[in-house]
Design a binder for this molecule. Sequence first.
Ligand SMILES: NC(=O)c1ccc[n+]([C@@H]2O[C@H](COP(=O)([O-])OP(=O)(O)OC[C@H]3O[C@@H](n4cnc5c(N)ncnc54)[C@H](OP(=O)(O)O)[C@@H]3O)[C@@H](O)[C@H]2O)c1
Length: 345
Amino acid sequence: MTNFFDQLPEPAKQSKLQFLKHVYRGFRPIVNKKFTVESYPDLTNKICIITGMNTGIGYEVVDILLSKNCTVYGIVRTESKGKAAKETLLAKNKDTKGALSIIAGCDLSDFNSVKQTGLKIQELLKGKEVDFVIHNAGLMSNFNDRSNADGIELMFATNVMGPQLLQAYIDPLFLTEKKSENDLKRIIWLSSLAHMAGPSPYGFNQKDPKYLDVKSRPHSSTLYGQSKASSILQAKAYGIRHQTDEKYGIQSVSVFPGILTTELARDYPGFVQKFWNLAFYAPKFGAYSELYGCFYPDLKTGDYVIPFGAVDTPRQDINSALENGVCLKFWDYVQEEIKDYLPKN
Ligand SMILES: NC(=O)c1ccc[n+]([C@@H]2O[C@H](COP(=O)([O-])OP(=O)(O)OC[C@H]3O[C@@H](n4cnc5c(N)ncnc54)[C@H](OP(=O)(O)O)[C@@H]3O)[C@@H](O)[C@H]2O)c1
């Protein structure tokens, strides 16, 4: 039986030295002191769509975006959490010339709910143009046996398939000409140092990235790693498939925000969470990484941003997927898997 990913080209060899450098930099990131919040442009009349902003890094990103007068649409799963975040964020940013609207009910692992959210976004933003999209929401599960209603491994459904589907609904509002030559338009796909733990080669399981066979699933860290390696492939592939640079002046980049004391480790044992909170960095530092991805002028499509504001090369075999067409094959695979939910036109 042939497989979608049969006969992929030979990837570059992985390097232990690169692995050690990445881990060191992940644990001991450098704060970019040259490109700071003060360097970001004023965002009056600019529109940003961001997922998972009710807590963690997303919340801090929106805090900064509002302080820069951005009009933000926050896509969240739980309405009450979205409303609570909105209230505190607007109280903190009383003088903003921007705005914050919450679109709730988006469970990224449930493709029907993603489709309904996509339609809602299209209706609410009709006639508007989106400048920034941040696929921030994500799940790092401690369990390898969790699946969505279709039996798809939960982190692959949530972190990879859901965002690619949601983006298809945002595209008509985003793939438009820039308002002026100097404007920035960016799309951010959240990755992680954990991409290093994705399956070899290329970061995803070429037999079945959805891991439908629960018994064959590896450790949850490999599954999370796969989902975060996928974001690196998606960033480059989205740019190529839509010719974002050439046609729209849009750069599509992946971002490892840093290791941060958010709710991400929520389903890990208490002692892991305690260690995590003692050892790592405040969520606002993750916002600096994401916003470096949005605002640093000299980024190109496919760049992999590392904390807290720099560019590096991802794991070498995954990096070769960005050059030899494998990222496009991966994108097309996901597209095929979500085809029943994609917009009709
Ligand atoms: N924190 C880190 O150390 C770190 C490191 C590397 C990468 N990242 C990445 O950074 C991003 C933000 O994470 P964070 O650290 O801010 O984590 P967080 O505090 O746990 O926030 C995650 C957000 O994603 C949302 N979310 C989770 N599953 C969802 C689903 N099925 N549908 C819709 N929304 C969902 C959560 O909504 P609810 O509140 O409703 O659950 C929450 O708003 C993630 O993509 C994560 O993988 C984080």
